[in-house]
Design a protein around this ligand. Structure first.
Ligand SMILES: Cc1cc2nc3c(=O)[nH]c(=O)nc-3n(C[C@H](O)[C@H](O)[C@H](O)COP(=O)(O)OP(=O)(O)OC[C@H]3O[C@@H](n4cnc5c(N)ncnc54)[C@H](O)[C@@H]3O)c2cc1C
Length: 435
């Protein structure tokens, strides 16, 4: 056995670094192990972070993070055919303290965050994969250590935090993952496109340090999912997030869906004449609260996206903030566990603290929303209805008289070939899921 740690954290993503920081501050000797050659080397996400959650862990984050642009405009764009309806919100105040969303590149952010853990005395070990967790034998086995892909030795520890992200093979192997998690996977495919910073400012209507977040619904037919377009300093990120089941069912490749979105007349003008600099793909477990699985067993804490922490609901795509908060809580608990401060109640205490945090409260409140967002009425009917209604309202019909709102809606419903009763039921279910 090599060095003995109190806590080993698997994965230096947002959840892992947060866990390492709070565990070290609790007095633990901590190893943070990352399979990439540096933290962020293997990370994929859309591009916008909501970092107020860092106030309690790294209060100086606003002055320190390697940011691209502070988000001051949020649009939700509903696409249909070659048309779109957009709801826009602009808040110049989001460009100043305390800010709201920010675009950051993961390779920069994850490295910065892990360096904060190192400043707390955490040993960061990169370019090696944790392949197993070993337990002491006996009737109530506890953690003995972890084994690595590039060493025969076991790294000894008293507690392990699994912050290994979406696929979570270790959590699966230890029987901690929810059996239904793999039924709620979506695939995110994203391109990073280079553009001159002044072209981005001009096209998106923002000054150089401010940016835009566009969430996209519809426009992917026959697939089920959504899309996004975000501004960085001298690149934009455009991507789609598609249900794996619909990809399989329609035998369509994800790249096709991304091309469909990129060539939509409402998206293309933002990205034309750009040069592709990156192409990335990653899975997202979208089951949320109902797929969190077993959060703790025998000194092993599951956290972040390995516990299905991402909130992916069309109008919101938030995962980094949820992973950080959940990781920070896991680190605190792992420290107490390694000090022998917990008995049988350890698992319940961790679950209770997660439930009391904004992560548990939001994920629980919105637990039925993921399936509603991916349902037929939201994916197909809503985009058609909204676009047809907008077209009827804004298209001037002279010399014919204007239709009233009821007639316009009735015509849109008829043209869209929508079954009224199921649609009303679906809309009520949507309101109830987001209540
Ligand atoms: C296409 C896409 C778009 C997204 N857009 C957004 C967005 O705009 N905003 C947002 O907030 N969230 C977004 N998310 C979600 C966000 O990426 C996740 O919520 C977040 O990354 C979860 O953090 P994590 O630390 O739990 O896991 P991860 O970020 O996945 O980190 C896990 C880390 O563990 C390492 N690792 C895994 N296994 C091992 C092992 N066995 N040994 C050693 N290291 C290991 C990995 O290399 C990785 O560094 C998006 C996700 C995708 C896929």
């Amino acid at each position: 056995m090599s060095t003995l740690y109190d806590v080993v954290v698997v994965g230096a993503g947002p959840a892992g670094s947060a866990a390492a920081i709070t565990a070290a501050r609790g007095g633990s000797k901590v190893a943070l192990i990352e399979r990439g050659i540096y933290p962020g080397a293997k990370s994929v996400y859309g591009g916008v972070m909501y970092l107020k959650v860092l106030d309690r862990i790294v209060p100086t984050w606003r002055e320190e993070i390697p940011f691209e642009r502070w988000i001051t405009k949020r649009h939700t764009m509903v696409l249909d055919g070659s048309t779109s309806v957009t709801v826009s919100y602009h808040d110049d105040g989001w460009g100043r303290h305390p800010y709201n969303g920010v675009t950051c590149l993961r390779s920069n952010f994850d490295s910065w965050f892990a360096s904060k853990a190192q400043l707390e005395g955490v040993d960061l070990i990169t370019a090696t994969t944790v392949v197993d967790v070993k337990f002491h034998s006996g009737s109530n086995p506890s953690v003995m250590g972890v084994t690595l892909s590039n060493s025969d030795q076991t790294v000894g520890c008293r507690s392990v935090v699994l912050a290994e992200g979406a696929l979570s093979p270790l959590a699966d192997r230890l029987g901690l993952s929810s059996p239904s998690k793999n039924h709620h996977l979506t695939l995110g495919v994203k391109e990073v496109l280079k553009l001159d910073p002044s072209t981005i400012d001009e096209r998106f209507g923002v000054p150089h340090d401010q940016g835009v977040d566009i969430e996209i619904l519809g426009g992917l037919s026959p697939l089920v999912g959504g899309g996004f377009l975000y501004t960085n300093r001298d690149t934009v990120s455009v991507g789609v997030i598609i249900s794996l089941e619909s990809l399989k069912h329609h035998q369509v490749r994800a790249e096709y869906a991304l091309e469909q979105i990129k060539h939509h007349p409402s998206i293309e003008p933002f990205i034309k004449d750009s040069m592709q600099v990156e192409y990335l793909a990653h899975l997202i477990p979208e089951g949320g609260w109902r797929d969190r699985g077993t959060l703790m067993k025998q000194g092993v804490y599951v956290t972040g996206e390995a516990a299905s922490s991402t909130l992916a609901l069309g109008i919101w795509l938030e995962g980094i903030n949820y992973a950080i908060e959940m990781g920070a809580i896991a680190g605190e608990h792992a420290t107490r566990y390694s000090e022998g401060k917990y008995g049988d109640e350890a698992s319940r205490q961790y679950e209770d603290d997660i439930k009391r945090s904004f992560v548990g409260k939001n994920l629980k409140k919105l637990r039925f929303a993921p399936e509603v967002v991916l349902s037929n009425p939201i994916q197909r009917t809503l985009p058609i209805l909204l676009n047809k209604t907008a077209s009827s309202i804004f298209t001037v019909t002279d010399p014919l008289p204007k239709s009233g709102l009821i007639k316009t809606l009735y015509r849109a419903i008829k043209e869209a070939n929508v079954a009224v009763v199921p649609t009303i039921k679906a809309l009520l279910k949507t309101f109830w899921s987001f209540k």
